[in-house]
Design a binder for this molecule. Structure first.
Ligand code: SAM
Length: 193
């Protein structure tokens, strides 16, 4: 987007993720902010996107709605927010096991790195899993545990409405056909609740 001449702001609370992003070609044309959506400065953007299913990290309605409200505050009066979540009916977590997620990558200066995901727990809409990265040369492993919420379309729509957005459309993701629900919502002109 920055390459196409658009003014782009990127926000993420993970410093290591920002460091990777800052190393990419054209990154100097993006304004990077280390923080959450709630720490955004005053902006008036036409489009906000939450990519790679980040909307699923908000486990409670309270957290999800306050993040959505913060995004709405950063939008111009008729701005749009677009984000995707995995369709819970596809039960993606059934494939989150070592056999189906295993990969091995050779990295200069590091050696071979094996990576895989293990499902830890499923409690209603909450799915917990562990990613393991094994550095074969050093014989060391690093693990990262996460929980995601698989909300229904109605539950996402209710949170979007509670944040003052108007639901425009729910569609599929062309790159992941049948697996995702892409929400397109507009800020409207009302006051941010
Ligand atoms: C699956 S990654 C997607 C990263 C990036 N959006 C992409 O598409 O490559 C989810 C990201 O959301 C970030 N995140 C989690 N909570 C957040 C919040 N409240 N505000 C902004 N970003 C958040 C995480 O740090 C993580 O980098």
């Amino acid at each position: 987007m920055a390459d196409r001449g658009l003014e782009v702001v990127g926000v993420d609370p993970a410093g290591a993720s920002l460091a990777v992003a800052r190393g990419k070609p054209g990154a100097e044309r993006v304004r990077w902010i280390h923080g959450t959506a709630e720490s955004l400065p005053v902006l008036s953007v036409e489009l906000a996107v939450m990519t790679a299913n980040v909307a699923q990290v908000f486990l409670t309605d309270e957290d999800f709605v306050s993040t959505l409200r913060a995004i709405r505050r950063a939008l111009a009066p008729h701005g749009l927010l677009v984000f995707e979540v995995r369709d819970p009916s596809r039960r993606a977590w059934l494939g989150w096991n070592r056999e189906e997620t295993f990969s091995s990558t050779s990295i200069d200066g590091v050696g071979d790195v094996e990576a895989w995901c293990d499902l830890l727990d499923v409690q209603g809409e909450l799915v917990s899993f562990r990613w393991t990265h094994h550095f074969t040369g050093r014989g060391e492993s690093a693990t990262s545990d996460s929980t995601l919420r698989f909300r229904s379309r109605e539950s996402v729509a209710a949170c979007v409405g509670a944040a003052g957005f108007a639901l425009q459309k729910v569609r599929g993701a062309p790159d992941r056909p049948g697996r995702e629900m892409v929400f397109i919502v507009s800020a409207g002109t009302g006051r941010v609740p």
